[in-house]
Design a protein around this ligand. Sequence first.
Ligand SMILES: C[S@@+](CC[C@H](N)C(=O)[O-])C[C@H]1O[C@@H](n2cnc3c(N)ncnc32)[C@H](O)[C@@H]1O
Length: 208
Amino acid sequence: MINPDRQSHWNNLYATKPLDAVSWYQLKPEKSLELIQRFMPAEKNPSVIDVGGGASTLVDHLRAAGYESLSVLDISEEALTKTRTRLGPISEHIKWIVADVTNTELPDNAYDLWHDRAVFHFLVDPEEQNRYVHQLTRSLKPGGILVISTFAPDGPEKCSGLTVSRHDCVDLRRILGQQFDLLLSAREIHQTPFQTVQAFCYCVFRKC
Ligand SMILES: C[S@@+](CC[C@H](N)C(=O)[O-])C[C@H]1O[C@@H](n2cnc3c(N)ncnc32)[C@H](O)[C@@H]1O
């Protein structure tokens, strides 16, 4: 089930703002691409899901880099429609899922790689964070890779008018639990389209 208030917040945002006028906009998501290609190369033919992918161009770049099994999940149908329209006929080869990641039924052991940029940090309630981890743990294959980025402890306290939870890799590791081994952590200073900066924490984990 989708929380209607949460969904309409994001649908309204995507309906009223140009894609390059949101703080998280990236022309090319370089860091995510680098980490995905390093830990789960296209040659392995992995099944990849971008959780809360919104209107990100990550899926365009992954497809162009040879990734063939791609899914994009987002609570906002409006965002996914914009992404599908941008991709044109290529979009038919991608699985689109309109859902709240904390409250949906993803298939078990389905994905080799789970990517999340700037989605987990909207979950401020520990109960919701646990539901996210449950979902992730169920649907990522054993040995699967998690590439996750959230606002760092010195990042913004709010995004899109919503309060966020900020994390470092130690904190994310604690929340994810013992089933996940930390492989890498990195920091990125994101330049917003408004000439401001935001500190992000990027982590790569492997599910045991
Ligand atoms: C800050 S944007 C980041 C979008 C994209 N990952 C990127 O880096 O450009 C957060 C995205 O998460 C989606 N979202 C927020 N809460 C969600 C939830 N509970 N389940 C699924 N998607 C969610 C929003 O619709 C939005 O597209």
